[in-house]
Design a protein around this ligand. Structure first.
Ligand SMILES: O=C([O-])CC(=O)C(=O)O
Ligand SMILES: [Mg+2]
Length: 592
């Protein structure tokens, strides 16, 4: 059967045929029917009635622009509303890319491509999926950071849900204003720690929007089931409060009970509106809330924190790959983290967990080879009383080391991992020291966006005389050193969260367990082949990401079933095939 777009001139809109709830990703198995198509466009096994004519052209989920066929133009009252030429989606894509490449600044590209999302969603996703490496730096780090800083100025059309202190007591009603009833994945921020850029208040909304675009493009989550949310409790950033174009509450951040109550109302409302299988990803909260909220809600809701757990899983996969190059096992190395916030302690903790599993030793024992540095220098036992809880497990007996070089000299770490949000924190002296006692030092500069990276890729190679095994959080161009070219691997949580979401959705998971992140990390690491390692490339190319997400999704789902956390029964026999067949694809439907 084909997609039926019946004329509904009298305002009858979007009546979904009940057959639609056949699969977990919002109802439609997108590959279904493709084999059965007699013409070159795929067809879908369900029927919808939506608006026709101009309304159809203005609905981004159905609009195909110049790609409406002659037949469709006649049938859906489009004749004369479009110029006469009929384009293929491929030609439309070419045109989009051609125009995008004319812009001089990344922010102009961002505005242009996000506009496409509001005009023609399938074309937007097809451009993303088929050009991941080119598009990622625009809709994601680093450009999304600048977009958030200027979000008020570039604001055009709202997307997602804005919940502010003014909405206390009305959060469920607000969620009901969102037009989609079938929401499967929410990304929520309060904007207090946007990437490494600090408190951007309501303008942090760019991050949930960008992350969810990746859920759909990289993880195959149906776009209509994704919901970006920002909780606006004010901002402490003076320049934003003074900026006439700031679009949030013009007040200092509210904290304490009032903050907790609003977040709690939101968390309760998500379940009331969408059921207990809605996945809520916490994103870019400041440390003082991130750990707390995760601990508070992970026993009652399907939640994870991307900055703690997603970043951790991808870095663990990167360390696995790095050790395949250097030799040795995870357990007999020393690790030094510069930055002891969400990413630092998240990675430290998953690493300790993995070591304790591998070596069958207590977690506390496994933590002993992992050291953290914060703004006050090495985290040590002597500082124990004044430390935040999440740093305490790593407060080891050790003399004070105030600087990076002194810590590297004293500890001789195998791997140096930057999660500080401090651009340039990996000094020349520190990196030279890393290379002074080992053949292949592992250097991860993970802070985002590019301006906050602890060092550039070029500096890492230069200061270690080409010896380093390097990964960064944001993209860097290829580095040539000693006549050799090195592709710079990005250790970014976008390798993990789309697959994690896919795994949760296809299994109907009701909780996220740490073991699901270990499974995701293992799955990602298994994608690294000897040819990657020969080039010191720790992660596969983003062009392979849909297949990687399917594998991660299957691994996560398998773990959820094993742990008794999955509710979609019976368990599909072949989870990988099921994951793949459930993924959203953005080729146009044929409307009849
Ligand atoms: O958004 C990214 O690129 C990675 C991330 O979660 C962060 O840096 O907060
Ligand atoms: Mg983040």
């Amino acid at each position: 059967m084909e997609t039926m777009l019946k004329p509904a001139r009298g305002g009858e809109k979007d009546v979904l045929d009940k057959d639609a709830s056949a699969t977990p990703l919002g109802g439609v198995n997108d590959t279904y029917g493709e084999d059965a198509a007699t013409e070159d466009l795929p067809v879908t096994p369900w029927a919808r009635m939506v608006a026709s004519g101009m309304e159809l052209l203005r609905d981004p989920s159905y609009n195909k622009g110049t790609a409406f066929t002659e037949e469709e133009r006649d049938f859906h009252y489009l004749r004369g509303l479009l110029p006469p030429a009929v384009f293929s989606q491929e030609l439309q894509m070419e045109r989009i890319l051609h125009n995008l490449r004319q812009y001089e600044t990344p922010l102009e590209k961002y505005v242009d491509i996000m506009d496409l999302q509001e005009r023609n969603e399938r074309l937007f996703y097809r451009v993303l999926i088929e050009n991941v490496e080119e598009m990622l730096p625009i809709i994601y780090t680093p450009t999304v950071g600048e977009a958030c800083q200027k979000f008020g100025s570039i604001f055009r059309r709202p997307r997602g849900v804005y919940i502010s202190l003014k909405d206390k007591g009305k959060v469920l009603d607000i969620l009901k204003n969102w037009p989609e009833k079938d929401v499967g994945v929410i990304v929520v921020t309060d904007g207090e720690r946007i990437l490494g850029l600090g408190d951007l208040g309501v303008q942090g909304m760019g991050i949930p929007i960008g992350k969810l675009a990746l859920y759909a493009a990289l993880g195959g989550i149906r776009p209509s089931t994704t919901l970006p949310v920002v909780i606006d409790v004010g901002t402490n950033t003076e320049s934003l409060l003074k900026n006439p174009f700031y679009i949030g509450l013009r007040q200092k951040r509210t904290t304490g009970q009032e903050y907790d109550d609003l977040v709690h109302e939101f968390m309760t409302a998500t379940k009331q509106a969408y059921g207990e299988k809605v996945l809520v990803q916490f994103e870019d909260f400041a440390n003082h809330n991130a750990f707390r909220l995760l601990a508070k809600y992970n026993t009652t809701h399907l939640v994870f924190n991307d900055d703690i757990q997603g970043t951790a899983a991808v870095a663990l996969a990167g360390l696995h790959s790095a050790l395949r190059i250097t030799g040795g096992s995870l357990s007999d190395q020393t690790y030094l983290f510069v930055g002891a916030g969400e990413a630092g302690s998240g990675i430290a903790e998953i690493l300790a967990l993995e070591i304790s599993r591998q070596e069958k030793k207590p977690l506390d024992e496994a933590r002993k080879s992992i050291y953290l540095m914060d703004s006050k220098g090495l985290v040590t036992k002597a500082r124990y009383e004044s430390l935040r809880d999440f740093k305490k497990p790593y407060a080891h007996e050790h003399p004070a080391c105030p600087t990076l070089v002194s810590a590297v000299k004293a500890l001789k770490p195998k791997a140096l991992i930057g999660t500080s949000g401090q651009g340039g924190a990996f000094t020349k002296e520190g990196l030279e020291e890393m290379a002074s006692y080992q053949e292949l030092p592992i250097i991860f500069a993970l802070s985002n966006p590019t301006s906050k990276s602890e060092c550039t890729a070029e500096q890492a190679f230069e200061y270690t005389k080409g010896k380093c095994i390097f990964a960064s959080g944001s993209p860097f161009p290829l580095v040539t050193y000693g006549g050799k070219k090195f592709v710079i691997a990005q250790s970014n949580n976008c390798y993990i969260f789309p697959g994690m979401g896919l795994g949760c959705v296809i299994s109907g998971a009701i909780r996220v367990h740490d073991d699901m992140f270990l499974a995701a990390a293992e799955s990602l690491a298994s994608e690294i082949r000897p040819e990657h390692l020969a080039r010191r490339q720790l992660f596969p190319a983003f062009s392979e990401i849909r297949s990687i997400s399917a594998h991660i999704g299957a691994a996560v789902a398998a773990k959820a079933y094993e742990l008794g956390l999955a509710t979609r029964l019976p368990q599909p026999k072949d989870l990988l095939a099921y994951a793949k067949s459930s993924m959203y694809t953005p080729t146009y439907r044929r409307y009849r």
